[in-house]
Ligand binder design. Structure first.
Ligand code: ATP
Ligand code: MG
Length: 302
């Protein structure tokens, strides 16, 4: 970690959460892109083995700042954290980082929540009220866009207790199941942001060897993300059934149809992008498919 920010580098550094909700899924995703690391003893920096891509293990809140100062090149962080930092840039200032890809895990919502006893009309009239949140920039922007003159009270934790303590009237916080809200006699009203883990990177392209490394990584990542839920579906049928069966498989990509020797039967195989449920298999069987087989797809290079 000796290179100064902005220096030419020949390796790419990806910052991920050291421990917490995004830590394991982020590592698993990077591993499925073929990355592996030699663990360092302090486990804050992991040197990439098979590819020139190293890992920085940090607190999630630090990732936008590390990207901004160029200490890391890419980061995996919640959209909530990334956009909060981006919203903190003043008008006319462009944040040096942006979301490159949504990653499909760590889903949650930043939502307003009011005391359960409030009526809907009470919850809709927020002018003059105090909103406790750890996301002051996002909440202020949301209020401004709607012309609502409410006060934002910034708290770093235990936001959901604020209405009971009298430090705020309502809150704006991360919600996934809603169980924490219910335990604090709150109910969610408006959604300020739909969030998930994202790959964040610089706005400007890399001007050195990192461009090629990041390009390779992105191609692998897109292949991995594109294959999520994909399955290889195989079955046999009479050739006359093929059109009806294909109509049941609108998500099948470039199906291969092979004649079964000396019969008018065919064997068909296709990668299906949507989930292959039991219901779909039963529909295919009714339409004449048999010997149905569904296999996971590990890798695909189109
Ligand atoms: P750190 O020690 O790295 O600062 P943290 O406590 O701030 O960790 P976590 O609670 O691990 O962070 O959450 C990391 C991210 O996971 C959040 O920023 C958010 O994007 C996502 N997330 C998904 N579900 C939830 C949830 N129910 N509560 C909070 N965050 C969630
Ligand atoms: Mg954090």
């Amino acid at each position: 970690m000796s290179a100064p920010s902005g220096a030419m580098r020949e390796r790419v550094r990806i910052a991920i959460q050291k421990s917490g909700r995004l830590a394991e899924p982020a590592r698993a995703l990077l591993s499925s892109c073929g990355l592996s690391w030699r663990e360092s003893r302090d486990r804050l920096f992991c040197h990439g083995d098979s590819t020139p891509i190293d890992l920085l293990l940090v607190r999630d809140d630090d990732i936008p700042g590390l990207l901004a100062e160029g200490t890391c090149d890419l980061g995996i962080v919640g959209r909530n954290v990334l956009l909060e930092r981006a919203s903190g840039y003043g008008t006319g200032e462009v944040p040096p980082f942006r979301e490159w890809r949504g990653l499909g895990f760590g889903a949650c919502r930043l939502a307003l929540a009011v005391p359960q006893a409030w009526s809907d009309s009470q919850a809709a009239a927020l002018d003059g009220l105090r909103i406790a949140t750890s996301y002051p920039a996002l909440v202020s922007q949301w209020l401004k866009e709607r012309g609502i003159a409410a006060d934002v009270v910034t708290l770093s934790g235990s936001v959901e207790i604020a209405p009971r303590l009298g430090t705020a009237d309502l809150i704006c916080d991360i919600v996934s199941s809603g169980a924490t809200l219910a335990a604090n006699q709150l109910r969610a009203t408006d959604i300020v942001l739909d969030s998930e883990a994202v790959l964040a990177g610089p706005v400007a392209p890399f001007g050195d060897a990192r461009a090629e490394i990041a390009g390779l990584f992105l191609r692998r990542l897109d292949a991995v993300l594109g294959l999520r839920d994909s399955k290889l579906l195989m079955f046999q049928t009479d050739s006359a059934n093929v059109p009806a069966l294909m109509a049941l498989l609108p998500d099948a990509e470039r199906p291969t149809v092979m004649q079964v020797d000396g019969t008018d039967r065919v064997a068909l195989q296709a990668v299906c992008r949507g989930t292959v449920t039991w219901q779909r298999l039963e529909d295919l069987k009714r339409a004449g498919a048999d010997a149905l087989l569904v296999l996971p797809v590990e890798r695909m290079l189109a």
